[in-house]
Design a protein around this ligand. Structure first.
Ligand SMILES: [Mg+2]
Length: 286
């Protein structure tokens, strides 16, 4: 029986360039995947508001995983049946993995007073301040601030205070995750758990096994990369490749960001030499 590939991809620094947020180098490959009906599922720290805009820009109509695995949005009707344990919200079936952001803001306020000069949370940032920190446009910064499940922090203190803070927050039931620019405080969620849940839904709905191919550039992608059948690490201009703990096939890109994305998808899923060897990853009918 052939397996069907599913691509789970980080967005910032992976599908989008770290500096200019462009995905132009990946367009041809995205089109080739669309032709083969291989789903591309964003798995990102980005918000619902950012992702709905990006899905339109990139031309994705697949489900997406938002806020570091805290929530999955599946377009209504994407599967023949509404997946179990989801609820309907707007145009989406929604699967949640975390308490709401308000819960984590309250916890930070109650527990982390000793560190209040060491970080700035998104909740206290203005659109202008976020623009300065991230090079996002004002419109995109506005969308980035509308978070529902976790609080990203810009760490201003030193590494020692950061580790003490992480220890404290962990002891009161919060989970921390270092992204490309921000330290996220929220529920015990990660991109890997959400990916596994969604891959199971695909398996049930397709009635065939799936092969998960995951792409990411940062430490917050490790859980996804380690849980994937094929892990692809995208080279970053700002840091080394994070260390993965996995026995499965791992590929490292030689190019940065979207160029590396295209390079590795080409190598793994699209190159004719791979297909001619009867690659089990070829999409159904290919
Ligand atoms: Mg990234």
């Amino acid at each position: 029986m052939t397996t069907r590939p599913l691509i789970f991809t980080d967005i910032d620094g992976t599908l989008l360039d770290h500096f200019d947020y462009s995905f132009s180098h990946a367009i041809e490959v995205i089109e080739a995947l669309n032709e083969r009906q291989i789903p591309i599922i964003a798995n990102t720290s980005k918000t619902f508001a950012e992702m709905t805009k990006l899905q339109q820009t990139v031309g994705f109509n697949s489900p997406f995983i938002s806020e570091n695995g805290a929530v999955i949005y599946i377009p209504i009707g994407y599967f023949a049946q509404q997946p179990e344990d989801t609820f309907t919200q707007g145009y989406y079936w929604v699967k949640e993995f975390s308490q709401p952001r308000e819960y984590w803001l309250k916890l930070l306020n109650e527990q982390a007073q000793a560190f209040k000069n060491d970080f700035v949370g998104f909740s206290s940032l203005s659109v202008e301040e976020l623009c300065e920190l991230t090079d996002l446009s004002p419109d995109n910064a506005k969308l980035a601030l509308v978070r529902h499940y976790a609080e990203p922090l810009l760490w201003k203190g030193d590494e020692t205070s950061k580790q003490a803070f992480i220890k404290l927050m962990t002891s009161v039931g919060a989970h921390t995750l270092q992204g490309g620019r921000f330290l996220h405080v929220g529920g015990d969620t990660d991109k890997g758990k959400a990916m596994k849940w969604l891959a199971d839904v695909y398996t049930k709905q397709y009635g065939t096994p799936v092969t998960t191919v995951a792409l990411g550039d940062s430490g917050n992608d490790n859980a996804m990369l380690e849980a994937a059948d094929i892990a692809i690490q995208i080279k970053s201009p700002t840091h080394e490749f994070p260390t993965l703990t996995t026995n499965k096939k791992t590929i490292k890109s030689t190019e940065y960001g979207p160029k590396g994305w295209a390079e590795c998808i080409n190598k793994t899923l699209l190159s004719s030499s791979v297909e001619s060897q009867n690659n089990p990853l070829s999409s159904e009918g290919a």
